[in-house]
Ligand binder design. Sequence first.
Ligand code: 13P
Ligand code: SF4
Length: 366
Amino acid sequence: MVANPLELHPYASLSDAECRQRIIAAKQALGDRVVILGHHYQRDEVFEHADFSGDSLKLSREAARSNAEYIVFCGVHFMAEVADILSRPDQVSILPDLSAGCSMADMADLPKVEQAWQELASVLDPDETITPVTYINSDANLKAFCGDHQGVVCTSTNAQKILEWSFAQREKVLFFPDQHLGRNTGVKMGIPLEQMVEWDFDKPMGGLTPDQIKQAKMILWKGFCSVHQMFRPVQIDNFRKEHPDGKVISHPECSYEVCQQSEYVGSTEYIIKTITESEPGTHWLVGTELNLVNRLHQQVKEQGKTVQFMSPTVCMCSTMFRIDPQHLAWVLENLVEDNVVNRIEVPEKVAKSARVALQRMLDISA
Ligand code: 13P
Ligand code: SF4
C-alpha cells in the first residue's frame, strides 16, 4: 500500500529527541520483523538506530543474509535497490526518503551506456574484447546491463579483485560511472595512465579516436563524486606542514593526485578499521564524507588520536543527509501499522540480470 507523502507533515515538526523515542518504540514493536542497515555516511541521529553499519559491500551482504520481513536502508537509492535484488521476494526494501539518490550514480544511465557500447562496436567487438564493470553506485538497470554482457559489479572494497577477474575474461574493461575508482585501482594494478582513457559521455565516441580505444586497457566513464572531488593535494600539503608525522587516508573516489599522496586508500569500512587499529596518539587526515570523519574523531580521541577532515569547507553527502530521524520514524511507525511506505522495488526482469552481476561480485570477493 502506498501512503500519501503529505503524511510526512506531522513528522516534519517532530524534534529529533521525540523521533528518537518513537523510533526505539517502533523498532521494539516490530522486533525481528525489521532490520535497519546504516551506511557510514549517515548522520549520528540516524546511525545510532542501525542494526548493522558498514560500507556498500558489507551492507549488501547483510541485506542478502537478512531474514527480516522489512529491510530499512538508511543510505541512498542504489543501496536499497541492491537490498531488494539480493533479498527474497517476500522481503521488502525501504528507503526512508525517496529523494536520497547519488549524484555520481546519476552520471551514467542505460541509454548512454548502450550508446557507448554501440559506438565501441564500430572499432572492435565489445562482447569479445570488453568486460563492462559497474561500480555499485549505479542504477539497477546498469547492473543488469553488466549481467547481460558477462560483466560484473564492484565496490570500493573489492575493485582490484573484480578488475583482475574482468581482465582474465577479456582484454579491456569499460568502467562506469566513477572514473576515479577505476583509475586509482588500475594504477594500483600497474596499468599505465596512458592506457586508461576517459569516456566523455556527452561527446560522440566518448571524445576518443579509434586508435585511443584500440590501445586502451581501461575505458573510464567520466563520472565523479561531487563530495570526493572537493579534496585537493594542497590540503594534504598543509596537513603535513602541521603534522610531519601524520598519516593521510583517502577514499578511492578521490582524485588520482590525492590518492597518490595518501599513505592509505580504501573504502569507508577500511578507513574506519585502519584508524581504529592505529597506534594511540596518531594524527590522521581523512578524504571522505564529513559525518564519518566527525564520528570517528569522537570515537578515537580518548586514545589521543586526532581525525581531521581533508577539506577546509564543509562537504557532506547531501543525499545521504536526506535520511533524517523524522523520515525514519515515519516509515517505522507505518510498518507497525502494517503500512509499507517508500518501498524500493526493482522490476523482476531487471533484477534477474542485475542479480547475475551482483552475485558474480559476491562470489569473486567472497
Ligand atoms: P563505500 O562502499 O566505501 O562505503 O563507499 C560508498 C560511497 O558512496 C562512497 O562515496
Ligand atoms: Fe554518491 Fe558521493 Fe554521496 Fe557516495 S558520497 S553516495 S558517491 S554522492
